[in-house]
Write a new protein. Structure first.
Length: 83
């Protein structure tokens, strides 16, 4: 899933951004290096923080953690089955 931040333009219109700002990443509990490792784009020029973008980041991190848990459960189940 490709994450796409939304950027507010003049006149109240929104457009797709190139990456999340440092402030948005900080509020979601990430730093820029962690975000890049997870495949999340970072725009170092942006200064604004959008609550909508922070919610999208938190949702994505929750889905990643659920995938990790499901994968680790499957591995444990297979290990028990083999022995």
């Amino acid at each position: 899933m490709k994450l796409q931040p939304m950027v507010l333009k003049k006149g109240g219109k929104t457009r797709k951004g190139k990456g999340f700002s440092r402030g948005e990443l900080r509020e979601a509990g990430l730093d820029s290096k962690q975000a890049l490792k997870l495949g999340i784009s970072v725009d170092l020029r942006r200064k604004t923080k959008s609550e909508e973008n922070v919610k999208v980041l938190k949702q994505h991190l929750r889905s990643l953690s659920l995938k990790k848990k499901a994968k680790s459960r499957a591995v444990k189940y297979l290990d028990k089955k083999r022995t």
